[in-house]
Design a protein around this ligand. Structure first.
Ligand code: GCO
Length: 448
């Protein structure tokens, strides 16, 4: 039985509830109206990179179903919608600004506003134009400047119609999954390239901020990071140090310079040979003030000290989602308190992604995704507990509005609170979506 205290902060505004998506994962129409190839189109076209050879050519066909999907978002009763802009639609050639691309997102933003839904925009959710990758991508410092120009154009166009601008979604995935582990585009496995890409992503973020603030002075400006809190297998000093190192070489590799203008010293000392080439002043640009940090949380990891103290992940037997991630809501509560302890100057937080892969199929027109519904209830309580502990959390976005392209997993993993039949593109609100509708309706009722 889901019981949220009646006086919970979650039950009243201004706390923001929303749903989230990303351009490449839902839009399809990957060659329509002037859009150029992205690194994810190229990755999908590379044999063996994406399960079943799935790609983003159709996805949820959102590009052609915008109005219906805006009605769906409104039907859920959310306050806000978090989406990303496809750079390949906006700048299909260097310096060529594509009016058709701008118009799609203008219809999206105006459609949200007309429905009383706040637009939360992410400028980059991994779909880099391939022509930039062909010139080195995030290894090339010039890409950071190209991003700042792109960010200027987008914020100049949409200004304060957008409530919140995030520069990047999960630079950790762009840099470490894309260049270190290789399972995301562009698919390198090189420690040195990974830290260099991370540096240029963070630099791009800092370079973009001044013009974003100038073009949208009433909007909130920040960045979205992902975190996997690490728990030591035992309370031995070795395991505890290994667990913390895992965090410092993970989400904190990005949060630390944003908050302190330096990279985590422990990791720099351990990985000296891989550290990025920097220019004087880079870290001051990276640490420019921001209005919020978006936190994406899914799961935790358990760590023991391996050879020479290296963090080794220890698989857990506890309940997992269908993608194999342990369900551990307390780690979200702990993450919120740890972040404030480690970074006293932490700005307000939005939980910009939280959700579960639950591949329950539709039967007789229904999707009884009990595991996902329970996951959300547990994690809402975790957010409530974090707020009660004093965390400054301003909003929560469920990942995701609808089932969509789950990167290297293709369409095999379903994260939506709305089911998508990819053969017919029919949308069906799942049991978890109905839970959200009821929760948000009850909250709205108390506001009248
Ligand atoms: C991420 C991305 C999303 C994913 C979601 C499930 O956090 O990895 O922002 O695009 O689809 O997290 O993996």
């Amino acid at each position: 039985m889901f019981v949220l205290p009646s006086d919970s902060t979650l039950r009243q505004k201004p706390f923001v509830f929303g749903v989230a998506t990303a351009s490449f994962q839902i839009e399809g129409a990957n060659t329509a109206d002037g859009r150029c190839e992205s690194i994810w189109d190229r990755f999908c076209a590379t044999p063996g990179k994406v399960l079943n050879g799935d790609d983003g050519s159709v996805a949820c066909d959102h590009y052609n179903r915008l109005e219906q999907d805006l009605d769906l978002i409104q039907e859920l009763g959310v306050d806000a919608y978090r989406f990303s802009i496809a750079w390949p639609r906006i700048e299909p050639m260097p310096g060529q600004w594509n009016e058709a691309g701008f118009q799609f997102y203008e219809r999206l933003i105006d459609g949200l506003i007309a429905r009383g839904i706040q637009p939360y925009l992410t400028l980059y959710h991994w779909d880099l134009p391939q022509y930039l990758e062909d010139k080195g991508g995030w290894i090339n410092r010039e890409t950071a400047y190209a991003f700042a120009t792109y960010a200027n154009k987008v914020t100049e166009r949409f200004g304060d119609k957008v409530v919140s601008y995030a520069t990047f979604n999960e630079p950790l995935c762009s840099a470490f999954v894309g260049y270190r582990w290789g399972s995301h585009a562009p698919g390198y496995q090189d420690e040195r390239l990974a830290y260099q890409a991370a540096h240029h992503l963070l630099l791009a973020h800092g370079l973009a901020l001044p013009s974003m603030r100038n073009n949208a002075s009433n909007a909130q400006h920040g960045i979205v990071l992902n975190f996997t809190p690490a728990y030591p297998l035992t309370d031995s000093e070795a395991d505890k140090q290994a667990a913390r190192f895992s965090e410092l070489d993970g989400g904190d590799w990005f949060l630390h310079p944003l908050m302190t203008a330096e990279y985590p010293p422990e990791v720099v000392a351990a990985h000296t040979e891989f550290m990025p080439t920097q220019m004087p002043g880079d870290l001051a640009i990276i640490a420019r003030p921001i209005d919020f940090i978006g936190v994406n949380y899914y799961t935790r990891c358990v760590i023991k000290a391996g050879d020479n103290g290296k963090p080794d992940v220890v698989e857990q037997s506890s309940p997992k989602t269908d993608i194999g991630w342990e369900i551990y809501p307390d780690a979200l509560t702990r993450l919120m308190s740890d972040m404030k302890i480690h970074y006293p100057n932490l700005p307000p937080i939005f939980i910009t992604e939280n959700g579960a892969a639950d591949n329950t199929e539709k039967v007789d027109g229904q999707v009884n995704d009990d595991m996902r519904t329970d996951y959300y209830q547990q994690h809402l309580l975790a957010v409530h507990n974090a707020l009660a502990d004093g965390a400054d959390i301003r909003g929560y976005f469920a990942w995701s509005l609808m089932d969509n392209f789950e990167w290297a997993y293709g369409y095999s993993q379903r994260f939506g609170i709305v089911h998508v039949d990819y053969a017919t593109q029919q949308r069906t609100v799942k049991k978890s979506g109905q839970f959200w509708q009821a929760f948000l309706a009850a909250r709205a009722a108390t506001e009248r």
